[in-house]
Ligand binder design. Structure first.
Ligand SMILES: NC(=O)c1ccc[n+]([C@@H]2O[C@H](COP(=O)([O-])OP(=O)(O)OC[C@H]3O[C@@H](n4cnc5c(N)ncnc54)[C@H](O)[C@@H]3O)[C@@H](O)[C@H]2O)c1
Length: 411
């Protein structure tokens, strides 16, 4: 039977270890006394010796002023404190060999494992495996998680990732999705899962504030209507990263809600940050052109400048917003659509078969897969769906798994 050590038998660790002990041989260790039916060892050494898997669920605490029970937005942002996790992992690694797999469960910010934890692993093996578990339902959540997240150095799905995935199978009450990724991908799955919930609730609670400011309105009537909108809002749509939200309605609705917040004195401006992030994200894409070495003497051609695929409408177009920032950075930009004085939007014939244009940013990649790009052209696709083509240098912005430059095919 697989032998398990469990370090940190607290609010998460105690219930988790007890559930695991229904299926495997579990021994725990904690610096404080813990009342539990599982066998507890007096020292960390004894707990980890000869174990196949050693789970670490020690605290990664925030400063006491930052737990959310009092206001924090006026305080400087702060990371968690990783000193306990670092000490514990160092101590475990000293006492075990390559036969042991250390599995960190504690919550960390994206980037922490590669920077602070992986350099400590000298003798053993390591996986990052955060849990989606809520207080009050830890045992039930252990058997019924929404997904199991397993982070490995390079995202490989075999070896230890497979071992850990198989380890959980007898514990799970139903067939469960296993998401295996790099450490950074899994750190992000965990923390954005939680913060998605906060962002969603802030929006929902703004509707409540709207009811309180305006009168004649029950917030539940509105949230129920939105809750049942399972096509676009409560579903997988709009979960692909790429260009910002666009069109004739969305950006300006957000902008108008800023005025609403001011007029009714809500005391916060959620859409200030949202609109700033839409703009800054477009600027970040524009700056990427500089990062990959595109010189300002070169003209960048935006293909797919309408606000969405196949729609020749330029209002609220997120690719035009990127173009705006490219121009600010000193580039000359050509667009595949141009608006005539009478308002009509027509195709820009100057760009077709123009050998001088060799740098392209794609607003709608699939649409341009067969476009006659001049040989040697550079293609930047922020949706990552343009397939590599011989003779073209293709970048998938947003996929840094293999290199920071996002280059997926080089001529
Ligand atoms: N509580 C949850 O529901 C939950 C859910 C998901 C993730 N997490 C994450 O799991 C981690 C642990 O959270 P928690 O809520 O269980 O914290 P906790 O403080 O309740 O438990 C941590 C345990 O670790 C012990 N500990 C501290 N230093 C130790 C050491 N050097 N050696 C051995 N044991 C030591 C503590 O005595 C305590 O019993 C945190 O990173 C947290 O963010 C918690």
């Amino acid at each position: 039977m697989i032998k398990v050590g469990f370090i940190g038998v607290g609010k998460l660790g105690k219930d988790a270890a007890e559930v695991i002990s229904e299926f495997y041989d579990v021994t725990g260790y904690d610096i404080r006394p813990v009342e539990t039916p599982i066998k507890m060892e007096a020292t960390l050494s004894k707990c980890v010796k000869g174990k196949d898997i050693i789970f670490v669920a020690v605290p990664t605490p925030h400063h006491p002023n930052y737990d959310g029970r009092s206001a924090t937005s006026h305080l400087p942002p702060r990371d968690f404190d990783y000193s306990i996790a670092i000490d514990v992992i160092k101590e475990i690694d000293k006492r075990v060999d390559n036969e042991s797999l250390i599995v960190l469960i504690s919550t960390v910010l994206p980037g922490t494992v590669r920077r602070d934890i992986s350099p400590l692993i000298k003798n053993s093996r390591f996986i990052y495996n955060p849990y989606l578990i809520a207080q009050g339902t830890v045992k039930w959540d252990m058997k019924n998680p929404e997904m199991i997240m397993i982070g490995t150095q390079d995202g490989s799905k075999t070896g230890d990732a497979e071992l850990l995935s198989n380890f959980y199978q007898p514990i799970l009450a139903k067939k469960t999705r296993v998401e295996i990724g790099t450490w950074e991908e899994v750190e992000s799955m965990k923390i954005f899962y939680n913060t998605f919930i906060t962002a969603k609730l802030c929006l929902v609670n703004m509707i409540q504030d709207t009811a309180m400011s305006l009168g004649h309105m029950n917030v539940d009537k509105v949230t129920e209507a939105l809750k049942n909108s399972t096509d676009r809002i409560m579903g997988p749509k709009y979960m692909s990263a790429g260009l910002g939200d666009g069109g004739g309605c969305h950006p300006r609705d957000n902008i108008a809600l800023r005025e609403f917040s001011r007029r009714y004195n809500l005391g916060y401006d959620l859409f200030d940050s949202i609109m700033k992030s839409r703009e800054q994200q477009a600027l970040n894409i524009a700056k990427f052109m500089r990062k990959i070495g595109i010189r300002t003497e070169e003209t960048i051609c935006i293909l797919g400048s309408g606000f969405k695929a196949g729609v020749n409408q330029l209002e609220g177009s997120p690719s035009l917003l990127v173009g705006h920032y490219l121009e600010q950075l000193g580039y000359k930009v050509e667009y595949d659509l141009i608006q005539l004085r009478n308002g009509e939007v027509v195709e820009n014939e100057n760009i077709l078969n123009n050998e001088l244009l060799t740098v392209f940013l794609l607003g709608w990649p699939e649409h341009f897969q067969s476009w006659p790009f001049p040989l040697g052209s550079t293609i930047v696709d922020v949706w990552r769906s343009f397939k590599p083509v011989k003779g073209l240098k293709v970048y998938h912005y947003g996929n840094t798994r293999n290199n920071q430059s996002c280059l997926i095919s080089d001529n």
